[in-house]
Design a protein around this ligand. Structure first.
Ligand SMILES: Cc1cc2nc3c(=O)[nH]c(=O)nc-3n(C[C@H](O)[C@H](O)[C@H](O)COP(=O)(O)OP(=O)(O)OC[C@H]3O[C@@H](n4cnc5c(N)ncnc54)[C@H](O)[C@@H]3O)c2cc1C
Length: 480
């Protein structure tokens, strides 16, 4: 039997950070991966999706070259080349997650599927590994909704979406969440017709309703068909294509297309891991962990999508960082702090969020307990210069100016949101942003201008200007 200090199961975002941290701290560390190091983010998630988004953006810019002083181009998509570029991007990033790199760090990388056989041991490829600490970072599978006939038609999930060799003429997407919206806009820009079927009354339902509604309008204006409050009931083959039957308010309608992406969220991988033998409590929503990322078996930790928390790479990495310390250096142990979790949907414009949305602020503080400050990016010089004037910074504060949330709809919103994330983390106020010098001309100035609104309302909207004008009249030199 081989004995370790730390055994990590799953080589995605969470597992890689845990394993490299463990080895760097001098722990005898094994990393077990059933498929490919890199996990969802590298192979079927963030990286391929953002690579396609970039290609689609280049095409869209060229088609609108007229507004930059050139002649408009009619760009023909070369889908195989677009997909090849996507694979090149993966290949360029893959060395960060290469097994050899991890072996050089001192991690023993084991290819195989791990199954717990007891509270302090597991089995992989017939070998038994015993360890003082374990980290479960096995991610999640696509959630497949109960659509009648789905098992009889070829459908896509993020697992095979990026393997497509032929561009769909009409892509139907079930689910108007981040993946549905990002890939819907991208494939529409690449030249496919796109229909999104969403069962709720708005896309991106975890985001600020008003701002997600604005993004919905932008997507529809661009040409996407988005069916809200619509349930996908059944599906069948229709010649070479697929016919999807949906219903809304008891009325049914059909959508026909040649490809269908199911993008209705994910289900933590809790089955087949031997969690019962390990004494790890779980349910279909994921492995239960405490604020130290410990499972019900104190020697086993878990992080990332398998815990059922917000399914982001940065979340998995943050939790993994905690596990390295909590599992190996308990004297320095730290609690997870989820008060500030920024996220972004990488549509164009991007929609980024940190802290409370307006709905949550109203629930938490009541109608009079918060203020909303908006700054449309169409009034920011850099956005105008770059011809990207859709969106706004929407800032939520307490009446005393303490920042409680921020929503940004803008190009590069995913980058811009961090200024407010830091402000929230430091319990900052609008004065911290407004009083800071921002480089001109940058998009970040829109952040400052949103905070400036607070002072504009206070100083220019009240009695202060009247008083100053009265006082200036009094001290004004008299003409001699
Ligand atoms: C299309 C798409 C786009 C996305 N875009 C973004 C984005 O822009 N930003 C963002 O933050 N997040 C994004 N995400 C989410 C992000 O990919 C995940 O949140 C993140 O990868 C989760 O990391 P993880 O370590 O929990 O799991 P994973 O990356 O899924 O890793 C789990 C690993 O465990 C392995 N494994 C499973 N079972 C076993 C076993 N029994 N033994 C050994 N190994 C096993 C798997 O093979 C896998 O490699 C996106 C997701 C999708 C689908």
């Amino acid at each position: 039997m081989d004995v370790y200090d730390l055994v990590v199961i799953g080589g995605g975002a969470g597992g890689l950070v845990t394993a490299s941290g463990g080895a760097r701290l001098g722990a005898k560390t094994a990393l077990i991966e059933a498929e490919r190091l890199g996990g969802e983010c590298l192979w079927t998630g963030c990286v391929p999706s953002k690579a396609l988004i970039r290609s689609a953006k280049v095409k869209q810019l060229m088609e609108h070259a007229g507004s930059f002083g050139f002649s408009d181009q009619k760009i023909q998509s070369d889908f195989p080349k677009v997909m090849r570029r996507m694979r090149d991007v993966i290949a360029a990033i893959q060395p960060h997650d290469d097994p050899e790199r991890f072996r050089k760090m001192g991690v023993e990388v084991i290819e195989g599927r791990a199954v717990f056989t007891g509270p302090d041991r597991l089995e992989v490829n017939g070998r038994v590994l015993k360890s003082r600490r374990f980290c479960i970072a096995v991610g999640a599978d696509p959630h497949i909704p109960p659509i009648e006939g789905l098992d009889r038609v070829p459908y896509l999930t993020h697992l095979n979406f990026f393997d497509q060799s032929r561009q769909p003429e009409h892509l139907m997407i079930v689910g108007g969440g981040p993946v549905g919206c990002e890939m819907g806009q991208t494939f529409h820009r690449l030249g496919s017709r796109v229909t999104i079927i969403e069962s709720l009354d708005g896309i991106l339902n975890k985001d600020d309703r008003e701002t997600a509604g604005r993004l919905h309008e932008i997507l529809v204006k661009e040409g996407l068909r988005i069916e809200l409050n619509a349930k996908a009931d059944s599906v069948e083959r229709q010649g070479d294509g697929i016919r999807l039957r949906c219903s809304r308010d008891g009325r049914s309608f059909t959508v026909e297309g040649d490809a269908m992406l199911i993008a209705t969220g994910k289900r933590p991988r809790v089955v087949g891991l031997g969690l019962e033998a390990a004494g790890v409590r779980f349910d279909p929503k994921g492995i239960r962990v405490d604020r130290f990322m410990r499972t019900s078996n104190p020697r086993i930790f878990a992080c990332g999508d398998v815990t059922g928390g917000p399914p982001f790479t940065h979340m998995a990495e943050y939790q993994a960082g905690l596990i390295v310390v909590n599992a190996l250096v308990p004297l320095l142990r730290r609690r997870a702090d989820y008060r500030v979790v920024p996220w972004c949907t990488f549509t164009d414009p991007e929609l980024a969020q940190v802290g409370l949305t307006e709905e949550l602020a109203e629930r938490q503080f009541g109608k009079g307990g918060y203020r909303v400050w908006r700054f449309p990016v169409a009034e920011n010089d850099r956005h105008i210069i770059d011809g990207e004037t859709e969106g706004a910074v929407k800032l939520l504060t307490r009446p005393n100016g303490r920042i409680v949330g921020c929503t940004i709809l803008s190009s590069n919103a995913g980058d811009l949101i961090h200024e407010y994330a830091l402000a929230l983390r430091k319990k900052g106020t609008v004065a911290d942003i407004s009083g800071m010098i921002h480089v001109y001309p940058t998009r970040a100035q829109a952040n400052k201008r949103a905070s400036d609104q607070y002072f504009a309302a206070k100083f220019f909207g009240g009695r202060i200007p009247k008083f100053i004008s009265w006082w200036l009249k009094r001290v004004r030199p008299r003409p001699t």
